[in-house]
Design a protein around this ligand. Structure first.
Ligand code: GCB
Length: 624
């Protein structure tokens, strides 16, 4: 009998041996690319809900089938049955339940739900349009963390993973008139979830992004991508879904460009385009974020998207955007809107406020969307404003590295993230993990993730936020990367907190030496220090937690990292104070991680200007 670890390694080997097939099997059955621009009914708004901490609506004691009087998803008018009398009784009534506005996390909705972590049932009714021979899909942009979905009392599917979209076809399940949609949302995380229950951010359970009923023709364009390649071509694919998917002509037009792209779908519904990019094409960049209206059309369907066209690659230890070396002037960001009680409801307004502070306030050109895929509203806003994006999945700190099911979950999340955002010019880098300690099983896990990314999207860069080590010899401290995962990455990223965590003083920072493997670009994915906005040196506290300390920490850290020759960018931790259940200092934190360069309501701290000035100077330099 082979040890478990060997079996896992063999399973990983198998996955890696058949990459394209593997990527194809990870493709969600219905992608509905560009969902926001399709014909749809918005199902956001008021939903009723019912708490179910003991999960009585899912299973009864001893694992028996849930009692019908507990099944919140039943297609039943409880009040009407009660009015008739009889033996039946109920321990729920979704129609008369309390209401919550969807989308939005429940912790912000009601004080009694502030720290609720478990199952809550949500329900709403809706009346669909006449399908007129077409098809309909229920599309969820994100449900955190595990969704159990029922339509008119019938289960239509489940989804695990709190930050990526999923869709179920309901063409034959809708009825004329009123339909009843019920979603059980379980926020609980455990050893086999991604992330596990141990993070540095808040619970944010709920239907956190919009829900829509999407209408398509019988045969429709499920997915369409277009990109500019480094050899100056416009390439793309479209995938049709439906009975007439094969042998169809797909025509692509790009607003304002005289380019003719046309192809016929193969037996599996795929069409592939390839043409020389016209000379007058304006490339997308942070300075000129040109977006083109691209439309993909067949005889029965048309899919529109606003797309930027640019190239991204590494050349030795440089990152090239449109063939030119670039320095990433960024900051990290959690998905949390400004304000004292965020609900993770990323409206355009909320997202614009955050990203504008980076772009115009801080003189930035880049944002690390940490630690999970953010709303597509945010990514589209980055396209519009001109911010480059690092996007990642929450393979964070601890994950069950040896469990093949967990690996499959991570690969599925990667696929769902990448397939959603392949048309976003802003996204230049996919990250496969954050601060995961080096072990054989972790290395194999991450390596499989890197292969998955390369397989699905070879056009973008791969990175991971790595841990660094330190060594002191003859009084000289050296920080170094000792991680075999580096071989799989295009860009090495490191998190460093010397001067905040650990025993280094701020004065020592500039003398710390960095030793990084040659030949690849390095970015600092994190560095930072806590400060309570308004707290100054001398206010009854000295050093850590004051704005003065944080600003000095930034000055000294910047001096230190300026000595790294391959440094190609940074995303200090973090734009805004964010809610975290690890942070309970009663005077300073009260549930907030205070490493923001601005407070939770947007008040800038002293360190904000340190970064803004540093980036202003960087923007004026020509990158090496
Ligand atoms: C880290 C983590 C980040 C934390 C941060 C901190 O290294 O990647 O999620 O919030 O440190 O504040 O300690």
């Amino acid at each position: 009998m082979k040890p478990f670890r060997t079996l896992v390694a063999m399973a990983l080997g198998l996955i890696m041996a058949t990459p394209s097939l593997a990527a194809e099997t990870l493709r969600p059955q219905h992608l509905l690319t560009g969902a926001i621009d399709r014909s749809h009914d918005e199902l956001s708004g008021q939903w009723t809900y019912s708490k179910d901490l003991y999960r009585t609506g899912l299973t009864d004691i001893n694992g028996w089938v849930a009692k019908s009087r507990m099944q919140r998803y039943r297609d039943i008018d409880v009040a009407a049955v009660e009015a008739k009398g009889g033996v039946d009784f109920f321990e729920f009534d979704m129609d008369r339940g309390p209401r919550m506005t969807i989308p939005g996390a429940w912790n912000a909705a009601e004080p009694e739900l502030r720290y609720y972590d478990g199952l809550i049932w949500f329900q709403r009714k809706f009346t669909p349009k006449d399908l007129k021979g077409g098809r309909a899909f229920l599309r969820f942009e994100a449900v955190n963390y595990h969704a159990h979905v029922y339509l008119n009392g019938e289960k239509i599917g489940e989804h695990e993973g709190g930050y990526t979209p999923f869709s179920f076809e309901v063409t034959d399940k809708l009825r004329a008139g009123e339909n009843r949609l019920t979603v059980g949302v379980d926020s609980e995380h455990g050893p086999q979830t991604i992330p596990t229950g141990i993070t540095d951010w808040d619970i944010y359970g709920g239907i956190i992004r919009p829900v829509r009923l999407i209408y398509t023709p019988q045969t429709y364009i499920d997915d369409a991508v277009i990109e500019l390649t480094t050899d100056g071509r416009l390439k793309g694919t479209a995938k049709l879904d439906g009975p007439q998917a094969a042998g169809q002509t797909v025509n692509v037009t790009v607003s304002g460009l005289a380019v003719k792209l046309s192809a016929t779908t193969d037996a599996n519904g795929y069409a592939r385009f390839d043409a020389k990019a016209p000379r007058n094409l304006k490339k997308w960049s942070p300075e000129t974020p040109t977006l083109y209206d691209v439309s993909f059309a067949t005889s029965s369907d048309r899919l529109d998207d606003r797309v930027g066209l640019r190239t991204i690659e590494v050349d030795g230890d440089r990152i090239l955007l449109n063939g030119k070396s670039i320095f990433l002037r960024g900051v990290s960001l959690h998905e949390e809107e400004f304000g004292p009680n965020p609900a993770r409801n990323m409206t355009e307004q909320a997202s614009r406020a955050l990203l504008s502070e980076i772009k115009y306030g801080m003189n930035g050109n880049y944002v690390r969307l940490s630690h999970y895929p953010h709303s597509d509203v945010t990514v589209r806003m980055a396209d519009e404003l001109g911010l480059l994006v690092w996007s990642e999945i929450p393979v964070y700190w601890t994950v069950d590295w040896e469990n093949p099911n967990v690996l499959l979950k991570a690969r599925t999340m990667l696929a769902e993230m990448i397939y959603r955002d392949r048309n976003r010019a802003s996204v230049i880098m996919w990250s496969v993990g954050n601060e995961t300690p080096v072990t054989d099983s972790r290395n194999a896990f991450h390596s499989a993730l890197a292969d998955t990314v390369r397989d699905i999207d070879p056009s973008r860069l791969i990175s991971a936020a790595l841990l660094v080590e330190g060594r002191t010899e003859n009084g000289q401290t050296t920080i170094f990367i000792n991680d075999p995962l580096v071989d799989k990455l295009d860009v090495m990223a490191v998190n460093t907190y010397a001067g905040w965590y650990g025993s280094n003083t701020l004065e020592e920072l500039p003398s710390l030496r960095w030793e990084v493997p040659a030949g690849k670009p390095v970015v600092l994915s994190e560095f930072g220090a806590d400060a309570l906005a308004g707290l100054r040196e001398g206010d009854g506290i000295r050093g850590k937690y004051t704005e003065d300390f944080q600003a000095e920490y930034y000055r000294q850290t910047l001096k230190m990292v300026d000595n790294i020759p391959q440094l190609r960018g940074m995303s200090p931790w973090i734009l805004k104070d964010f809610q975290s259940l690890r942070r309970e200092h009663p005077v300073i934190q009260n549930g907030w991680n205070r490493k923001g360069l601005v407070s939770e309501t947007g008040v800038r701290k002293l360190a904000f200007d340190v970064m803004a000035n540093y980036y202003k100077a960087k923007a004026a330099e020509t990158p090496k």
